[in-house]
Write a protein that binds this ligand. Structure first.
Ligand code: 13P
Length: 315
């Protein structure tokens, strides 16, 4: 089929039909992160931030969870749902931030600070979660850190989020790790200042993985889920969005009377964008790229995730 916009649309419709058929036949559900491509968000049963998706994974009634996101997210779904088959459409969809700390390095850090509790950002491997006392996401990191009795807290692997939490919870001493998100780190102070000049009435919403000098310019620091809530509730009509580009699609769709701007063209997570309709159909059809965690690690990692869910949502 030669390329044309019309053929592309036809191909997309065929894939959507095929995915709907496979979902029904296999009793599958599609979860998608807010950074996914527009066409993926359109076919997903649930679209959300890391916390909303982890919570959704504990509640779904399906045999297969097709997880459109990156590996650590699918891994969390599998840790919480050992009886379900969790599929990642593209097995290479990883998270460079999650790869910035290993369980061995975390063990060595813990040995240096035996009095400290250990909090891991969900953007981490199952092995790192298994070594941690509790997990957190960008939407509950402050709450999780505050809930711990220890004065000293090891926080891995995102340094910018750790610094942000430290600024909000000064009574704790946070021991940080030098991990970073290669997408959020690219957003510069200059780009935000320029965007504010171009849109003087816009509020700037920033994800806490951004650099501290960028967060200083923010009207609100929040998770991707928090940005939807904030934009919906705010009286403002214009927003500069300091996170991955995939956010703009639903923000515009849910708020047709408001305008949203990206302050940089570099805010694209290549790993999130690996997922396509074609790969979803492929992995559902063949049930390939199953994400499974060895039982010994899964049980320990589940404790960290369960504790996080309990702190946030109660029993
Ligand atoms: P959220 O928890 O805000 O969805 O963030 C996920 C993430 O990986 C940010 O890079």
């Amino acid at each position: 089929m030669p390329y044309s916009e019309e053929n592309d649309k036809k191909y997309r419709q065929e894939l959507e039909k095929e995915i709907a058929r496979l979902k029904k036949e296999k009793n599958a559900i599609i979860l998608a992160h807010n950074y996914q491509r527009e066409e993926i968000q359109d076919i997903a049963d649930i679209v959300g931030d890391s916390l909303q998706l982890a919570r959704a994974a504990t509640k779904v009634d399906a045999d297969i969870i097709e997880f459109c996101g990156v590996r650590f997210m699918a891994e969390s779904a599998s840790i919480l749902n050992p009886d379900k088959k969790v599929l990642l459409p593209v097995k290479e969809a990883g998270c460079p931030l999650a790869d910035m700390i290993s369980p061995e390095k975390l063990k060595a850090l813990k040995a240096q600070h035996p009095d400290a509790a250990c909090v891991c950002y969900v953007n981490s491997s199952a092995e790192v979660k298994a070594e941690s006392d509790v997990a957190c996401t960008s939407s509950n990191a402050i709450e999780v850190v505050r809930s711990l009795p220890n004065k000293r807290i090891i926080f891995v692997p995102d340094e910018n989020l750790a610094k942000y939490v430290q600024s909000q919870v000064p009574e704790k001493e946070i021991i940080m790790w030098k991990g970073f998100c290669p997408t959020h780190i690219r957003l510069s102070e200059e780009e935000v200042i320029q965007a504010k000049k171009e849109h003087p009435k816009a509020l700037f919403l920033a994800h806490p993985e951004c650099k501290p000098e960028v967060l200083k310019l923010a009207d609100q620091v929040c998770s991707t889920g928090g940005m939807f809530k904030y934009a919906r509730a705010s009286k403002a009509k214009e927003f500069i969005i300091g996170t991955e580009s995939g956010m703009l699609y639903r923000l515009k769709k849910e708020n047709p009377d408001k305008n949203f701007y990206l302050p940089s063209e570099h805010l694209v997570c290549a790993n999130m964008k690996l997922t396509t309709l074609g790969w979803i159909a492929h992995s559902l059809e063949l049930e390939v790229n199953e994400i499974r965690v060895p039982e010994e690690i899964r049980v320990k990692a589940k404790k960290s995730l369960d504790r996080m869910l309990e702190i946030t949502y109660g029993k």
